[in-house]
Design a protein around this ligand. Structure first.
Ligand SMILES: Nc1ncnc2c1ncn2[C@@H]1O[C@H](COP(=O)(O)OP(=O)(O)OP(=O)(O)O)[C@@H](O)[C@H]1O
Ligand SMILES: [Mg+2]
Length: 426
């Protein structure tokens, strides 16, 4: 049967199905039982429609409608595919996915804008949020930890748009990152030692560069004996820490009240006796309190920042602090940054879809009015391979970081070869 007719039939069957379902009762019965009952009902309705359908067509209608009633409708199939990392609904009939690092357009269509809205409602209501004309943007997450952003008209001009960023089954392991050539084993070794020795790390990068993934992975080097508090706008970190408290901000309610921001959570977290504080992404006024915390007993705290170079990351941090504290002299702010943070890891999304650590830089102090930084490792691009792959080398600069002294005090000595070994990406 033609695709269009099939869609029409599906919509008809769904209409009948909904009129026959007692949704209230459905939510009270056991999931497996309910699914079975609805399954049977769908087949009955299809039979009533007396349409000439092949067995696979019947099955497709049945499974699509089950997704509709119990899951996230047309998105459910994509969510079942572990290779799909991002799902991007631009409008009711334009849906992109990222699969294996590449963006591609799918042939998925929603019935209409209302259909997209229903799916959004289902996602956000589960986490106690809402979306409507008065608050047309919302962040939420799926039960598996995937992050969801939805934005609707009048802000989104072509109908409701949804962006789902997925996190597979769990955080990428160190081995997986090395295997993917995202970072060299030597670089990982140095960073791991730094994290253990409570040296604060700032992870910088553009959108989707792999910052959060890297933060997640680095956090596993925090000793289990330490108490960690995470602060996020939309929880996505998956720390394996035993002594862990996870905090999440809250948007304002309908009356525009009750919002809890990252800064407030940070201030509160200081009263919770943390050893380290991890802010998912530093975006604004909380930058000042974060630096203070890092300078006063919470060394080894970590965060990510949206920036394209390590230098850019520092200047963004500086403007965030300045925004909330207009009268702090520039030099004071820079001193705060220089003494709070020791390492900047720059991540990047390459043209071939891979993610790579482009540089590990050390902040060494102040030179007059300027924060001084030196590269310890860099990825040097060599060109593009025949299949579009980015080629290059992870290279040590040859400079021994100043923080080696701090590592030694913490009882860690690093082999000299770590700062002499390159890795080819071919
Ligand atoms: N090293 C890597 N190799 C391959 N894929 C990766 C790598 N790191 C992250 N990814 C994938 O890239 C996507 C984006 O990752 P992540 O959320 O960590 O980036 P981000 O920089 O924090 O993004 P955002 O700007 O949205 O905060 C995810 O789907 C993730 O699984
Ligand atoms: Mg992130």
């Amino acid at each position: 049967m033609e695709k269009l007719n099939l869609e029409k039939l599906k919509a008809d069957v769904l209409g009948t199905l909904i009129s026959k379902l007692d949704l209230e009762r459905l939510s009270t019965v056991q999931h497996a039982k309910a699914r079975e009952a609805v399954s049977g009902l769908i087949l009955e309705i299809i039979a009533d429609h007396k349409m000439p359908l092949s067995a696979p067509e019947k099955e497709k209608i049945q499974s699509d409608l089950l997704d509709e009633v119990f899951g996230l409708g047309p998105l459910e199939g994509l969510l079942r595919d572990p290779r799909v990392s991002d799902i991007l609904v631009n409008s009711k009939d334009v849906v992109y996915i990222e699969r294996g690092g590449k963006l591609e357009k799918t042939d998925i269509v929603f019935r209409d804008d209302r259909h997209v809205m229903q799916i959004i409602d289902r996602i956000v209501s589960k986490v106690g949020r809402r979306i409507d004309e008065s608050s047309p943007m919302v962040d939420a997450r799926l039960p598996d930890g995937s992050r969801v952003n939805a934005i609707i008209p009048p802000l989104a001009l072509d109908g409701p748009a949804v962006s789902i960023r997925r996190f597979g089954t769990g955080p990428l392991s160190v081995d997986a990152l090395v295997e993917l050539k995202s970072v060299s084993p030597e670089m990982m070794h140095v960073l791991a030692a730094a994290v253990r020795a409570r040296i604060s790390v700032l992870i910088s990068g553009g959108t989707g560069a792999g910052k959060t993934t890297f933060l997640n992975m680095l956090s596993q080097y925090i000793p289990q004996s330490e108490r960690v508090i995470t602060i996020e706008d939309a929880a996505e970190l998956q720390l394996a820490q035993g002594n862990l408290i996870r905090l999440e901000t809250r948007p304002p309610n309908v009356e525009g009240q009750g919002a809890v921001r990252q800064r407030q959570l940070l201030v509160n977290s200081l009263r919770m006796r943390p050893d380290r504080i991890i802010i998912g992404e530093v975006r604004g006024e909380e930058a000042f309190d974060m630096l203070q915390a890092m300078n006063t007993g919470h060394e080894g705290s970590m965060t990510t920042i949206h920036a394209n170079t390590p230098r850019d990351a520092l200047s963004r941090l500086e403007s965030m602090v300045a925004m909330g504290n207009m009268n702090l002299p520039e030099k004071t702010v820079r001193q705060q940054i220089a003494s709070a943070i020791s390492i900047v890891v720059q991540c990047s999304r390459m043209s071939d879809g891979s993610r790579r650590v482009m540089s590990i830089a050390e902040i060494t102090g102040m030179d007059e009015n300027v924060i001084s930084m030196q590269e310890i490792f860099t990825f040097v691009r060599k060109g593009i391979g025949p299949n579009g792959k980015v080629l290059g080398t992870f290279k040590p600069s040859g400079i021994r970081p100043k923080f080696l002294e701090r590592l030694r005090v913490a009882g860690v000595t690093l082999a000299a070869e770590l700062f002499e070994t390159s890795m080819e990406v071919a």
